[in-house]
Design a protein around this ligand. Structure first.
Ligand code: AVJ
Length: 322
């Protein structure tokens, strides 16, 4: 598999985003995409096996149970691209169903090199598949994939695992709108969305008893130490999962256990943190079923079908570009 290399400015982007996010006077923040270096991607893989975190298993169950039904609703021939493939495990069912119908090109787009490599190892044994990975950001990857499109071929974009939930609602619509502009009418988007559930269930899912989610969150500070020569004392921070009722999301923060100062030479900043001040690292928005059709419409898609898991409230939504 040909893996397009990380753009040379990746470290620079990280440094400049860290600088911007940690210089804020109000709520300090770090973009959640930086949680996924090799260590973070491996930790997320573990999270997806935790009993408290049912999201990934619900996603995979739906794709396994309904793969044929989903594929039957997608007019062919199609090439498949996946934004944030992760390990690729749950995509197998869909690709197998599709490959029974046609030879299929699969283009995973993933910022984690190790996740991309794992995805390729996981799926390369499927009959009638060719895999070409893109180690880049979602929209850049999608643009490149669209350039590979053959005449008469539709695209099926997979955006699974409720990654959309990391955007706030307006930004989610805007992102889907940008995806839509790269697509042609009749192209499809299979969107995975985590649905609203009880506060207790959410807090447990994002603050598991083993502390894997805490490690996943704290790794962002270690990553800054590794890649930007930061001097975070990781043990002086605590993982916090917090419900935001207004936004209908669950947030992850890193809470400073004491007043402290951190230096990050490669980002050219010194950061002062008060005792109990937090750095906001991620939001995971939760959806109501009917709202997904509205989001789709605002972004230029029509929601054609939804599949809902019966164990963990989660939906796969098949959207078609208008
Ligand atoms: C991979 C973005 C779907 O938001 O639930 C898991 C990441 N964060 N535990 C999510 C995550 C904390 C996850 N997504």
């Amino acid at each position: 598999m040909l893996v397009h290399p990380v753009p040379a400015n990746a470290t620079y982007d990280f440094a400049s985003d860290v600088r911007t996010g940690l210089s804020r006077g109000d709520q300090k923040e770090l973009p959640s995409k930086y949680l996924y270096d090799n260590v973070g991607s491996a930790l997320f893989e573990v999270i997806s096996h935790l009993p408290e975190y049912g999201l990934t298993r619900a996603d995979e169950r739906l794709l396994r149970r309904h793969a044929d039904d989903i594929v039957d609703r997608i007019p062919g021939p199609v090439a498949v691209t996946e934004l944030g493939s992760g390990s690729g495990k749950k995509t197998r069912w869909l690709l197998e169903a599709l490959c029974r119908r046609q030879h299929t090109s699969y283009y995973p787009v993933e910022i984690s090199r190790s996740a991309l490599a794992m995805c390729e190892r996981e799926l390369r044994d499927i009959d009638s598949i060719s895999i070409l990975g893109f180690e880049t950001e979602y929209l850049d990857g999608l643009l490149r994939v669209a350039a590979y499109r053959k005449p008469g071929q539709h695209l099926l974009v997979l955006f699974l695992g409720s990654t959309i939930g990391n955007f706030d609602r307006p930004a989610g619509v805007q992102f889907l709108g940008e995806v839509r502009r790269i697509l042609d009418p009749g192209d499809s988007l299979l969107l995975g969305t985590d649905l609203e559930k009880s506060t207790a269930q959410l807090l447990a899912a994002y603050n598991d008893e083993l502390g894997v989610t805490a490690a996943f969150n704290l790794n962002l500070l270690s990553r800054i130490n590794r890649e930007l020569e930061g001097n975070f004392e990781v043990s002086q921070f605590a993982h916090v999962a917090r419900i935001n009722q207004q936004a209908r999301s669950i947030e992850m923060h890193l809470r400073s256990r004491r007043r402290q100062q951190v230096t990050i030479p490669a980002a050219e900043i010194e950061v002062e943190l008060e005792e109990n001040e937090t750095i906001w690292t991620e939001s995971s928005h939760k959806y109501r079923l009917p709202e997904i059709g509205d989001i789709a419409r605002h972004a230029g898609f029509q929601c054609m079908a939804q599949w809902i898991d019966d164990e963990w409230p989660f939906a796969e939504n098949l959207l078609v570009a208008q």
